[in-house]
Ligand binder design. Structure first.
Ligand SMILES: [Ca+2]
Ligand SMILES: [Ca+2]
Ligand SMILES: [Ca+2]
Length: 210
């Protein structure tokens, strides 16, 4: 009876461990997400800090983030900042969002930037930025890999435009990462298989010796 119990419990357990390893490598986890689906208003909410000239330009509008303004003294022209995101041990951290330009000319840009937590939001040169431009009103999707992102980081949408009517709209913003594969488990599995092989070889040697 003891032998039957071993077959029923130990071997399914080993199978489950290897399946967990295979699934872990591709499992994505969300760090922060915002679909901006909430009542229209001049404050974005959900932790976003705003830089704008007129209050209704960095705002929730039509279930999206609208970022459309021109603060004339320095960059950013307008921005929405989210601080204190944590990688939490995830790998391959990336962001994705949908966007479209609002009245942009060819020399206008908007940016997604990221930096270590606490970086000055007005010192855009200290941020890692990806720039976009669109002179039509088509929605597009973007995915950006945050290489070497620190464990605690800030993200910011910001613009570099020349008029208050220029900007962009954002929707379906997600920051996510992959759960790292549990490396020690496959190592242990190989050691266990090597051990079983070693026992079998020892058994053969004992049988030959006898
Ligand atoms: Ca506002
Ligand atoms: Ca939305
Ligand atoms: Ca312009």
């Amino acid at each position: 009876m003891v032998t039957m119990d071993m077959r029923n419990t130990v071997f399914p357990g080993i199978t489950a461990a290897f399946l967990m390893v295979a699934a872990g490598a591709a499992q994505a986890a969300t760090i922060f997400a915002d679909d901006f689906n909430r009542p229209a208003g001049n404050s974005v909410g959900n932790g976003w800090a705003e830089r704008e000239s007129e209050a209704d330009d960095v705002a929730i509008f039509a279930d999206r983030l609208r970022l459309r303004d021109f603060v004339s003294d320095a960059l950013p022209s307008a921005s929405a900042l989210q601080t204190g995101l944590t990688g939490g041990g995830l790998v391959n951290i990336s962001v994705s969002f949908d966007w479209r330009g609002i009245n942009l000319e060819s020399d206008d840009r908007f940016y997604f930037g990221w930096a270590a937590a606490g970086t000055d939001a007005l010192a855009v040169d200290l941020w890692t930025n990806t720039g976009f431009n669109s002179t039509d009103d088509q929605w597009r999707s973007a995915t950006i890999s945050l290489a070497s992102v620190p464990n605690l980081f800030d993200v910011m949408f910001w613009s570099k435009v020349s008029q208050r009517s220029e900007g962009f709209a954002i929707d379906n913003f997600t920051v996510s990462g992959d759960v790292p594969a549990p490396v020690p488990l496959p190592a242990a599995g190989w050691l266990m298989l090597a051990g079983i092989g070693g026992l079998a070889a020892a058994g053969r040697r004992r049988r030959r010796a006898g």
